[in-house]
Design a protein around this ligand. Structure first.
Ligand SMILES: Cc1cc2nc3c(=O)[nH]c(=O)nc-3n(C[C@H](O)[C@H](O)[C@H](O)COP(=O)(O)O)c2cc1C
Length: 189
């Protein structure tokens, strides 16, 4: 689900915004930070740029981070702000998988933006008949490889099989919270 949430702290002129697509991690981050969320597709840069900290989260689809185009488009208007990206995908939490996603997405204007990976979920039931069939074909092809040669995403697809999986864990947010620490009000640190 796409989303953004924002909020102004009482008695604190520092403003923060969290833009998200993934509800689970966004809800947890909102709880931990006090930031409000707004859907990416409803975000207006005129509003977002009033904030000191901008946090964008999105699922990983075909190695791309959903919602990132908003930042790519408006990064020039967010200079001097704390901008952080977090994403969630089904790939295992491994350096190779994370490196692939960061290299593919955090380029040009986004090259200096910290990007954190959280392991997400896999909802096989939500896939169309066509996508389910594609997944099964892909699994058949991957099964011909040695497990040690699987790409990170292939490893996750083989692990999931035909089941739904939920690998979400609040612990993945620890580095995100650490990076945000200077922006958090004392009671949230
Ligand atoms: C069509 C499709 C493509 C996907 N591509 C990737 C991928 O390239 N890498 C990955 O780690 N996960 C991939 N996933 C898994 C999603 O990233 C995972 O389900 C994630 O938790 C979705 O997050 P969201 O609910 O916040 O959008 C894909 C899922 C679908 C349905």
């Amino acid at each position: 689900m796409d989303g953004i949430l924002w909020r102004q702290y009482e008695g604190n002129h520092s403003l923060h915004i969290q833009i998200w697509r993934d509800q689970g991690y966004a809800d947890w981050l909102a709880e931990e930070t006090g930031f409000d969320c707004v859907e990416v597709k409803k975000a207006k840069i005129e509003d977002v740029k009033q904030y000191d900290a901008v946090l964008l989260g999105g699922g990983v689809y075909a190695s791309g981070i959903a919602g990132l185009s908003f930042l790519r488009k408006h990064m020039d208007q967010l200079q001097g702000k704390k901008v952080i990206v977090f994403c969630d995908g089904m790939s295992p939490y491994e350096d190779a998988a994370i490196r692939l996603i960061v290299d593919r997405n955090m380029k040009d204007a986004l090259a200096d933006v910290p990007c954190f990976y959280c392991r997400g979920a896999w909802n096989m039931d939500a896939l169309s008949f066509f996508d389910k069939s594609l997944c099964r074909m892909l699994r058949k092809a991957v099964a011909k490889k040695k497990p040690e040669d699987y790409e990170p995403l292939e490893k996750a697809l083989m692990e999931a099989g035909d089941s739904n999986c939920d690998w979400t864990d609040k612990a993945y947010l620890a580095p995100v919270l650490e990076a945000l620490a200077p922006c958090l009000s004392p009671k949230k640190q």
